[in-house]
Design a protein around this ligand. Structure first.
Ligand SMILES: *Cc1c(COP(=O)(O)O)cnc(C)c1O
Length: 414
């Protein structure tokens, strides 16, 4: 017996006792996409076999229903046949193809910024970008609800880190004004991943302008969902869109570094950073997670090109999301009073339950009704705000949302 293992076992037992132990499900589509008949077509991308049981899912970040889109699948298949399945090396060695190059140009064009750089994952992008921009003697200012990879990027950078209370621009301004750091970098989620609210990007930019700071926004949950053509949070605020930087913001967006992921609304995988060409070039030269990692396969880049075309061309997906959101808000009027649906204009609709135990009980109740919504617990969210993170997708029908509301209404507290 290895007694040192006891430490892990007792730590795991402790997590279990606090209802914090996580468990993976095995999730698979009910039928292969090419076998979908008309009856199942309506459930494409939303109904899955979860641990062998049929479940209507509100758990994925496939906000536009593109992960199972026939054209996206076809693009990946054709590219696998042409390029093979592996990128074989870092993009800086020989892992960069015409598919990657075209994707970067199309992404830059969609968000309206001069240049984009494609990373194999969002997590890797942020832990590479932040240390490329700041180091010892610099300072990072980070919103308290930022995603883990922004936090880790800040830690890796060795810059001094100041965390400001969520959305508190007065506190941020004070910290910026007091700082004597050489370079200052503000980090924020553009859409907060567990709350669904949108950061006040124009106000943040104005603050950064006043205090000569840089601003990195992570638009993992806004890209594809916000903006008339899915350009994301910059378009939502009228800063930049497919037509380029808005006249009032010309020259002023150069201190903004835009990052978004491509495994959520875009339905594939990876991420990109966009902004001023010199800054993007510097990130390419210095981000260790870009330089020292195998590039994403070209088949994913081609799948993304297909998905980016659909994002720009099909506003009806975003309009349908808005309809579903309304239907959910109406349908949740009858739930217990201490539950709180957070205000959100995005696909993320968090229903705050409170205790870990009750959040799990509601999740299990829904499963018995054939509906799957993941419960999110600390440390992902603050203690006492365990929640069901209801994630809507353009692939859902109004009927699907009604099934969810009916199942929630049938919940009886123990
Ligand atoms: C999901 C997510 C990431 C990580 O992106 P991956 O491509 O999944 O690695 C980064 N930032 C935010 C805000 C996210 O929600």
């Amino acid at each position: 017996m290895n007694e040192e293992l006891d430490g892990f076992d007792s730590a795991l037992a402790d997590l279990k006792a606090r209802h914090l132990l996580r468990r993976r499900r095995q999730v698979a589509p009910l039928t292969a996409p090419e076998e979908l008949d008309a009856a199942h077509e309506a459930d494409r991308g939303t109904v899955f076999e979860v641990d062998g049981q049929r479940r209507l899912s509100f758990g994925s970040n496939d906000y536009l229903g593109l992960a199972q889109h026939p054209k996206v699948i076809e693009a990946a298949q054709a590219a696998a046949a042409r390029y093979g399945v592996g990128a074989t090396a870092s993009p800086l060695v020989c892992g960069h193809s015409p598919a990657h190059e075209a994707l970067e140009q199309e992404l830059a064009q969609l968000v309206g910024l001069p240049r984009a750089l494609y990373f194999y994952a969002g997590f890797a992008a942020n832990v590479g970008i932040v240390p490329a921009l700041v180091g010892r003697g610099d300072a990072v200012f980070s919103d308290a609800l930022n995603h883990a990879c922004l936090i880790d990027g800040a830690r890796l950078s060795r810059a001094q880190v100041e965390v400001y209370p969520h959305g508190d621009l007065a506190a941020l301004e004070q910290a910026l004004a007091a700082s004597t750091a050489k370079r200052k970098l503000v980090l924020t989620d553009a859409v907060f991943s567990m709350d669904g609210n949108v950061a006040d990007v124009p106000a943040l930019l104005a603050l950064c302008e006043r205090h000569h700071a840089w601003l990195l926004i992570d638009d993992a949950h806004g890209f594809g969902v916000l903006g008339a053509r899915g350009e994301g949070t910059l378009s939502h605020f009228g800063l930049a869109d497919r037509d380029g930087v808005a006249p009032a913001w010309r020259g002023r967006l150069s201190r903004l570094i835009y990052m978004a992921t491509l495994g959520k609304a875009a339905g594939v995988s990876g991420a990109f950073v966009a902004g001023d060409p010199s800054v993007v070039e510097w990130i390419m030269q210095r981000a260790r997670s870009y330089m020292f990692a195998t590039g994403a396969p070209a088949m994913l880049a081609e799948a993304l090109r297909a998905s980016v075309r659909i994002i720009g061309a099909e506003p009806q997906r975003r309009q349908h999301l808005a309809v579903l959101r309304e239907r959910l808000r109406e349908g949740l009027r009858g739930v217990p009073e201490h539950w709180r649906l957070l205000p959100s204009e995005t696909a993320i609709q968090p229903l705050v339950i409170g205790s870990n135990e009750e959040a799990l009980a509601v999740m299990n109740h829904l499963e018995q009704h054939g509906v799957w919504v993941p419960a999110i617990r600390p440390p992902t969210v603050p203690v006492g705000t365990a929640r069901l993170r209801i994630s809507l997708s353009a692939a859902h029908s109004v009927d699907h949302v009604e099934q969810l509301c009916a199942a929630l209404a049938a919940y009886q507290p123990a």
